[in-house]
Design a protein around this ligand. Structure first.
Ligand SMILES: [Zn+2]
Length: 446
């Protein structure tokens, strides 16, 4: 091989001739392009077993076609389209879909790493849509979109170094009111479903009154109820999302009411909260905050800037974790990066989340009261040491649990009393109308 110095003296036409010759040889497969691979050492071999820590995988170029073909020896034709659309069916998992579309488990792992702070990919539901979008003229994933519904989309985007980040697109749309009217035949749960509520909505109503009303004892045959269900509409179409706007339960001598207010909580008509106030932290004593809520934190393991959607407390493994409010366990899972986790939905628009747990002590669907021990803290998943990661979400968005305005009192704040009274009047009017439409609602056709 000529040294750099010598090459300077070779006439240009010779260089051109040699170059052309090498190209011809490459085209005929005679000359194995070792030099090519040397010039792109990072791209030719993709390590399929990327360790949990992806701190050392800061590849500077995007994945090349060469590397792709090497890890999947079968010949795959380039995608004809720029995008594949997959409607999730029962039993589909991301892993099987990535195999089916030949996207590589490394890419999946990088996406799951980004999803650590969101956990949106943990529970794919039938009917949700996945879009795989490809880099131009390659089979490599450029971005993946999870379309939960028109009001909630998440896009995972490939970065220069093959890691992914995400952005969430939330649209509020409009909420239309639907009236539901029913009479207790046997249990509230069954009667509510006969009147047109879904199982989930019936459970939500039970949870809203958890503190006031024991449905199995206090509700009897002949009692009545009216419910206003909000139906989300975006671009003139229902998104499939509903929420309980108000409830009125009429027992023989008592009446119970619940009105959803703009702060995401349910109050009775006097403005008294139906759920107990929240506690600020899920721990019985105070622990050092080892990492604060930060939308642009440098991840301690990956070294990447990624949102830290919660507060970390330096709790030793085995510390009791307590729910910060009354609620229902909506998810229990084990994520490769987030570790063992629990999600609790609190009546209305509040959700709390607890990650890196050692042991979970509750089950999905279970009713939880404030202060109840739900888990023991730990060090599971991708974690630099024992701690508790705690999140608070309001209206589907994570907020700083230490600073967010959470309801720490039981009543509608004085300054919102007038707006609240207007809301009660408007909803009561609808509940009255619901009561007048017995025949329609009894058939569930409302
Ligand atoms: Zn954390």
């Amino acid at each position: 091989m000529p040294t750099q110095k010598h090459r300077l003296f070779i006439p240009y036409r010779h260089v051109t001739a040699v170059t052309v010759l090498v190209f011809i040889l490459i085209l005929h497969g005679v000359y194995t392009p070792k030099a090519v691979s040397l010039s792109q050492p990072k791209n030719t071999v993709i390590n399929l077993d990327i360790p949990l820590s992806i701190a050392n995988t800061n590849q500077t170029n995007s994945v090349s076609v060469v590397s792709y073909q090497e890890k999947t020896p079968k010949i795959k034709s380039l995608p004809q389209k720029n995008e594949d659309k997959i409607v999730i069916r029962q039993g589909d998992t991301l892993s099987t879909l990535f195999d089916q579309y030949d996207l590589g488990q490394t890419t999946l792992r990088n996406i799951l790493s980004a999803d650590e702070s969101l956990l949106a990919l943990e529970t794919l539901r039938p009917g949700q849509i996945l879009y795989f979008r490809y880099q131009k003229h390659t089979p490599n994933l450029k971005e993946m979109e999870l379309y939960k519904h028109a009001g909630h989309r998440i896009i995972y985007e490939r970065l220069e170094d093959n890691a992914f980040n995400y952005r969430t697109i939330i649209r509020e749309g409009e909420w239309h009111n639907k009236r539901i009217n029913g009479k207790i035949e046997n249990t509230f749960y069954l009667s509510a479903q006969r009147a047109g509520l879904t199982e989930h909505e019936a459970a939500t109503v039970t949870q809203i009154f958890q503190e006031q009303l024991n449905f199995s004892r206090a509700i009897h045959k002949g009692d009545q109820f009216q419910i206003i269900r909000g139906v989300q509409i975006i671009d003139n179409k229902p998104t499939g999302q509903t929420r309980i706007e108000s409830v009125r339960i009429q027992r023989r001598a008592y009446e119970h009411t619940a009105f959803l207010f703009s702060d995401g909580r349910y109050y009775d008509k006097e403005g008294k909260s139906l759920a107990r106030a929240f506690t600020r932290t899920p721990l019985s004593k105070s622990y050092r905050v080892s990492s604060s809520f930060n939308p642009r934190r440098v991840h301690p393991v990956t070294g990447r800037v990624a949102p830290h959607n919660g507060t970390d407390f330096a709790t030793p493994t085995g510390t009791k974790v307590r729910s910060t409010g009354d609620g229902i366990v909506t998810r229990v899972g084990n994520h490769p990066f987030a570790g063992r986790y629990v999600d609790i939905q609190h009546g209305g628009q509040y959700k709390t989340r607890y990650l890196h747990l050692h042991r979970v002590l509750v089950r999905r669907g279970e009713s939880i009261s404030r202060g109840q021990t739900i888990a023991l803290s730990g060090n599971s998943g991708r974690s630099t040491g024992p701690h508790l990661h705690f999140e608070l979400h309001i209206h589907s968005r994570p907020v700083d649990p230490m600073k967010a305005k959470i309801p720490l009192t039981r009543s509608v704040p004085q300054k919102h009393k007038i707006i609240f009274a207007q809301r009660v009047a408007q909803q009561t009017n609808l509940l009255d109308k619901a009561q007048d439409t017995t025949e329609i609602a009894a058939n569930g056709n409302e």
